[in-house]
Design a protein around this ligand. Structure first.
Ligand code: GLP
Length: 241
């Protein structure tokens, strides 16, 4: 596990974007596993800037996202589909047919999960998976406490996740209570994993996840077992180490 120390959020974003762009340059037809949440926004903005300068070409890149809220249509500005189009896909020359997320509007959970697993298998697996870190140690929407699910699954979001995401919705009642998420097994199969973390409020979970015991109570702790993980974190997030 390699930890890259960044000065602050913008330094973290630039360093993470460097790793993502190196992947695209070295393997133009790579499969990127992408994440939502506020943490990767700066890295996406940096990629868009480099693309606009002519330094990056996404035309052969395929993406699979970690998760999607169940029941939010694509045009809802809180859906992860919308987020990805707003922050990245709509701003670079990626082939939209090759950008995948779980289908949040598929009401049949079993079907939605199976379909997404098939997509991930069909694209041939993930070269580089980007991850944010939830305050309770969740990755994607794999919440603490349950056995690590290997594949895509439908999860009931925890109180703390619903509360954390409330800031993006008009009221807490509007926050979806369920989501489809790529499973820990699939995440662990990615060739490389890049975790981005920023802020003092993540310092405690950084310590627990990467320096504490490996346990389903802290889903991100499983990453300690992966052979190629890079964590790019700012000083505030590393302040308890
Ligand atoms: C959400 C997403 C996660 C993300 C997490 C942290 O719940 N499903 O993929 O990593 O929030 O978000 P943030 O980066 O905003 O702290």
């Amino acid at each position: 596990m390699k930890i890259i120390r960044a000065k602050d959020y913008s330094d973290m974003s630039r360093k993470a974007a460097n790793i993502l762009s190196a992947q695209v340059i070295m393997k133009p037809n790579c499969v990127l596993g992408l994440a939502t949440g506020s943490t990767p926004i700066g890295a996406y903005a940096q990629l868009v800037e480099w693309y606009n300068k002519g330094d990056l070409d996404f035309s052969e890149v395929t993406t699979v996202n970690l998760d999607e809220y169940k029941g939010l249509p694509r045009d809802n500005d809180q859906s992860y589909y919308y987020f990805m189009h707003d922050n990245l896909f709509g701003k670079v020359n990626i082939n939209k047919e090759r950008t995948f997320l779980p289908d949040g509007m598929e009401p049949d959970g079993e079907k939605a999960c199976k379909d997404y697993d098939r997509i991930i298998a069909d694209v041939g697996g993930i070269d580089l998976q980007l991850l944010g870190l939830g305050h309770n140690g969740h990755i994607g929407f794999n919440e603490p406490g349950t056995a690590f699910a290997a594949q895509t699954n439908c999860v009931d979001l925890t109180e703390s996740t619903i509360k954390a995401n409330q800031r993006f919705f008009a009221s807490i009642e509007d926050v979806p209570k369920q989501a489809y998420t790529m499973g820990i097994g699939t995440i662990m199969h990615a060739e490389k994993i890049l975790v981005v973390v920023s802020g003092e409020d993540k310092a405690q979970i950084v310590k627990e996840a990467f320096f504490g015991p490996i346990t389903p109570k802290v889903p991100a702790s499983v990453l300690q077992l992966h052979r190629n993980v890079t964590i790019v974190a700012d000083e505030a997030a590393l302040s308890l180490l």
